[in-house]
Design a protein around this ligand. Structure first.
Ligand SMILES: Cc1cc2nc3c(=O)[nH]c(=O)nc-3n(C[C@H](O)[C@H](O)[C@H](O)COP(=O)(O)O)c2cc1C
Length: 183
């Protein structure tokens, strides 16, 4: 299985959690690690290149820090410009069909803040449902998101556990349980 990690962090130099996860992901066999902000410092996305990369991989991982309950802006721009009608959806838009989509994100807020009735009212899995819907319209199998909560308080040992969890998930190449039957 060939895995493409599409990574979006606007300030990697200041990152701790995503930098650690990136360090765990880069050497995994079969993983292409694609840093969007490094590839496009001017934010001008090469759409053909991105579509080619998608075609060359079976599992697409979107890795980013949670910003305002969603992804940083370059990842949204990437979706807007790359997941085109006729490519990702619509008439003849079958290029991504049968691939898997996994979101891997980190939140400043602790897990208990992301519960119904809690501080943020919704779980991260619920807040990520636009990605679930995007996978659905593109005929992709949406995997259970990989979430690291509470980055502000993670100690080094806990971060190392998450690094290993992420490495193992990418190395397994086996999509997690949800929604794997794609027509
Ligand atoms: C612009 C911005 C928006 C953020 N929005 C959220 C948010 O909605 N929910 C949350 O839990 N944390 C939020 N955070 C905190 C980040 O998610 C957290 O700092 C990040 O996951 C840590 O990862 P890093 O060490 O790789 O930067 C935000 C941070 C920034 C800079």
């Amino acid at each position: 299985m060939r895995t493409l990690v599409v990574f979006a962090h606007p300030d990697l130099a200041a990152s701790r959690a995503n930098a650690a996860l990136a360090e765990a992901a880069r050497p995994v066999d079969g993983v292409t690690f694609h840093d969007l902000y490094a590839a496009y410092p001017d934010l001008n996305i090469d759409v053909e290149r991105e579509q080619r990369l998608l075609l060359e991989h079976d599992r697409i991982v979107l890795q980013f820090p949670f910003y305002w309950y969603s992804a940083p802006p370059l990842l949204k721009k990437w979706l807007d410009e790359v997941f085109l009608y006729g490519f990702a959806y619509g008439t003849n838009g079958t290029s991504l069909r049968g691939k898997a989509l996994l979101v891997a994100t980190t939140t400043g807020g602790a897990e208990e803040m992301y519960r119904p009735g809690g501080f943020n009212r919704f779980t991260v899995v619920d807040l990520l449902k636009t990605f679930d819907a995007t996978a659905n319209i593109s005929g992709m199998a949406y995997e259970e998101p990989f979430v690291v909560h509470g980055t502000l308080r993670l100690d080094d040992a806990e971060l190392a556990v998450h690094q290993e969890r992420y490495r193992a998930l990418l190395a397994s190449g086996v999509p997690r349980e949800r929604d794997l039957a794609v027509a």
